[in-house]
Design a protein around this ligand. Structure first.
Ligand SMILES: Cc1cc2nc3c(=O)[nH]c(=O)nc-3n(C[C@H](O)[C@H](O)[C@H](O)COP(=O)(O)OP(=O)(O)OC[C@H]3O[C@@H](n4cnc5c(N)ncnc54)[C@H](O)[C@@H]3O)c2cc1C
Length: 271
């Protein structure tokens, strides 16, 4: 189903914020459109206005500094991250998750900001942002606020962003040494697919973290892993943090089982 809507492409943040407020009920932001356009076509959203953020100055900027870390604008695509040498060298875990997201063609359009703003439980970028301690810079007509991604997701397809706000930047802090880690994603088919379950395990400065996708209403970060914990204790801690459901892609029990398998593998592999 396709219907007519007005396409707006503001060239300043002030105009964008004004449009977001004015069209809070009948408009939506467009980044890469890989979530938004299927929802428009399927009739999930019935919009009068689509507000493209890609004309904003600096929207596609991907910058690194030793002081601030990696700063991603709202139009930075998944493939922009994968093509960036600094991101690959200093944030391999971010690139591992990025590489698991959809196909090369989708990754050319899909943005990191759109992936987390969409707030799907199966977001593949959220686990990296959670484990790396990233923050969201949210802008509205009245100013900016910064919150950690641990507080960004509010439920299935819900974030803490209010009407009139948008995700202006993602900041991934600098680290003395890159986090080691790996993202294991279970899919129904080989190649690109949404995850049945995904587990990222990282080790940085002696601290282990896990982040799990597709296993709760929001992506989940597990930080309470102690250096002396044995495998089964760690598996129990991760399973205690999630609440998987049965749906078309998997049963709850299979999800739980595979989370355990992935956590064990990650404990062995990520050293
Ligand atoms: C075939 C296919 C396969 C896919 N596979 C995967 C997969 O394996 N893993 C995965 O995680 N996802 C997958 N997706 C989903 C999608 O590609 C990603 O979530 C993508 O990163 C969304 O980014 P986008 O720029 O396209 O967002 P858009 O579609 O432009 O926007 C998504 C939502 O976020 C809002 N939004 C966008 N940017 C902002 C912002 N800066 N501030 C506030 N709100 C904003 C929009 O209004 C919209 O509601 C797939 C999609 C398709 C079509």
């Amino acid at each position: 189903m396709v219907y007519e809507f007005r396409y707006l492409a503001p060239k300043s943040k002030a105009k964008l914020c004004a449009m977001l407020l004015e069209h809070a009920q009948d408009g939506k932001l467009l980044a890469g459109g890989t979530d938004l356009l299927p929802n428009i076509r399927n009739g999930v959203f019935r919009l009068k206005y689509v507000i493209d953020l890609k004309q904003l100055p600096g929207a596609a900027s991907l910058k690194y500094s030793q002081q601030d870390g990696l700063i991603l604008g709202p139009a930075v695509t998944i493939n922009d991250v994968l093509r960036n040498r600094t991101a690959r060298r200093l944030y391999p875990v971010l690139c591992d998750c990025a590489h698991e997201l959809a196909s090369h063609q989708i990754r050319n359009r899909a943005t990191v900001a759109g992936n987390v703003a969409n707030a799907s439980p199966c977001s593949d970028m959220a686990p990296a942002l959670l484990c790396l301690g990233a923050t969201a810079v949210i802008r509205s007509a009245t100013g900016q606020r910064t919150i950690p991604f641990t507080q960004f997701f509010a439920g299935v397809k819900k974030t803490v962003m209010l009407p009139g706000e948008f995700l202006e930047h993602i900041i991934i802090p600098p680290a003395a040494s890159p986090a080691a880690g790996r993202y294991l994603k279970l899919k129904r088919i080989a190649g690109h697919d949404l995850g049945i379950v995904g587990v990222l395990g990282t080790l940085q400065d002696g601290k282990r973290r896990f982040a799990v996708s597709s296993a709760a209403p929001t992506p989940v970060l597990v930080e309470n892993v102690a250096a002396g914990d044995d495998e089964s204790t760690v598996v129990k801690k991760v399973l205690a943090a999630v609440s998987p459901i049965s749906d078309v892609r998997s049963s709850k029990e299979y999800r739980e089982h595979m989370i355990g398998v992935f956590v064990q593998r990650l404990l062995q592999e990520v050293q």
